[in-house]
Design a protein. Sequence first.
Length: 111
Amino acid sequence: MLDRTVAASVGVKFFELGGVRRVAGHASPKQILKQLAPESGLILILDEAQKLRSILPDDRAVAMDTLDAIHNGEIGKPVVLLTAGLGITESVYKTLEVSGLRVAALTILII
């Protein structure tokens, strides 16, 4: 369970809807990750990653700062970001100056 006292100190509010947790507040994504990621690490899964293009150019700096922090280990805890999206996702990440991107086609069938 996430520590709500710590969450409040960085301006995070939690809204739970049908099992999905949404986070809102004035803290940056990097601050949220630093404060709330468990010491054992965190796996972030971002589906529909091509939708990141909708934040460009308005929140480009925030997105780049967050991706850089994950990539460069600035969170202070292990963080892995797995993304899935349409074919344009790679170009969206290039717009955000993500280098060393590993692109793989993977199909998972759950029965």
